[in-house]
Design a protein around this ligand. Structure first.
Ligand code: ATP
Ligand code: MG
Length: 388
């Protein structure tokens, strides 16, 4: 009777022919997350992935695996040979452990007989083990509708028994869905947008725009801190940092004040697209959200899109602010995001930004400046950080 960790796969399990590809990606992500912690072996068995590792490592490994996208539940379980006597004994052991930790009064046995050659059918196994548990623990009762704990029994090549399933984020393993360049400001939204796209399997790089020395070095540090929190989910992030002060000054001097936000947003997209093209990145990602601020209207979005050819992914488009804040708190970026450092967008903030910009007008205004050269120069002075 030994203890192993089990990992269930959620959406990956629905993949047909590609399934092996997704599983292998997931396993390589898991290995990275486990890092220096000891384990003897990772193996697949009929729909789940198992890790052989000393029991004292279980909690630590579960903690790092929780942040790996593609897995839905992690359990610490007992593995026994599939023989009903073994299953009975192990069930008692597992229940004893559970009772030492939590004072549960009711339980239900849930058997999943994957190996149909096992002679006893699932409901029979559940009944029999339920009986054994009742005989052994006087204070426990069965509650089939609303039990305080389940006793799970998976009968496969081996038999796995456990009471707890720790929830992961689900999604798809990073690297299975292309690469995205996240426009990372110091705000609440963009880190959440990066998290959500990474959760769909997108490998994330970041780009930040600042107006140093109008914005401070501390403001850039804050963005690096946010990127660092994101790496817990995404792995290493290459962060590009671009000074757009010269662009903003040009716009401020030569274009209508009320178009400032939309014009600088179009520059951000152009610069981001250039970086994406040079680095084999498929799409741009922003934390834009319909209706939140003046530039984030339907018109605003079309005019921003028209500046580039690459797709711009906006995973937060239909979210409410409170929903975004909930996720930001959950992934631990919120406290950093609300630190009060200036953002480049506030440097030349128009008093009354246009909410229904017309592409024709915006393009007309851009004729007053040399877009190409400004983009070129911003990229020449770009800095790159590797955030681990
Ligand atoms: P956030 O909370 O992410 O800053 P926001 O509500 O402040 O978003 P905006 O300032 O309009 O909204 O920015 C919309 C999106 O544009 C951001 O989510 C981000 O993806 C991108 N963006 C804005 N400012 C910057 C910046 N300085 N550097 C990089 N990206 C930026
Ligand atoms: Mg912002």
């Amino acid at each position: 009777m030994d203890k192993v960790l089990s990992v269930s796969l959620g959406e990956i399990a629905l993949k047909g022919l590609n399934r092996k590809y997704f599983e292998d990606k997931l396993i390589s992500r898991m290995r990275r997350a486990i890092g220096n912690l000891e384990y003897d072996k990772i193996y697949k068995e009929q729909g789940k992935i198992y890790i052989e590792t000393p029991e004292e490592n279980h909690d630590k490994i579960i903690n790092s695996l929780k942040k790996v996208f593609g897995l839905v539940y992690i359990s610490s379980c007992v593995r026994v040979e599939k023989d009903i006597k073994n299953i009975e004994e192990a069930s008692i052991e597992i229940m004893k452990e559970k009772l030492l930790k939590d004072s549960v009064k009711t339980f239900k046995v849930k058997t999943n007989r994957v190996d149909k050659s096992f002679p006893i059918q699932s409901p029979e196994v559940s009944k029999r083990i339920g009986g054994v548990i009742l005989d052994h623990f006087n204070d426990l009762e069965v509650d089939i509708h609303n039990p305080e704990t389940y006793l799970y029994i998976d009968i496969k090549e081996n038999c796995y028994i456990y009471t707890e399933r720790i929830k992961g984020y689900g999604g798809l393993p990073i690297g299975t869905n292309g690469k995205g360049l996240l426009l990372l400001s110091g705000g609440i939204d963009s880190p959440v947008a990066g998290f959500l796209m990474a959760k769909r399997g997108v490998e994330i790089s970041g780009i930040h725009f600042h107006s140093y020395p109008f914005t401070s070095e501390r403001a850039e540090e804050k963005v690096k801190d946010l990127a660092k929190i994101l790496t817990l989910y995404t792995g290493r992030i290459k962060l590009y940092s671009v000074n757009i002060l010269e662009i903003q000054k040009e716009l401020n001097a030569k274009c209508p004040e009320d178009e400032m936000t939309i014009l600088s947003r179009r520059f951000m997209m152009r610069i981001a697209e250039r970086v994406a093209l040079e680095n084999d990145i498929d799409a741009l990602i922003t934390g834009e959200n319909l209706g939140q601020v003046a530039s984030q209207t339907m018109n605003g979005i079309s005019v921003i899109n028209a500046a580039v050819d690459k797709p711009i992914l906006r995973p937060l488009i239909g979210f409410d602010k409170v929903e975004i804040i909930d996720i930001a708190k959950d992934i631990d970026t919120y406290e950093t995001s609300i630190l009060p450092f200036e953002d480049c967008c506030t440097v030349f903030l128009p008093k009354h930004p246009v909410t229904r910009p017309k592409l024709k007008d915006i393009e007309e205004s851009e004729k007053n400046i040399d877009v190409e050269i400004l983009v070129e120069r911003a990229i020449e002075n770009m800095k790159i950080y590797y955030i681990e």
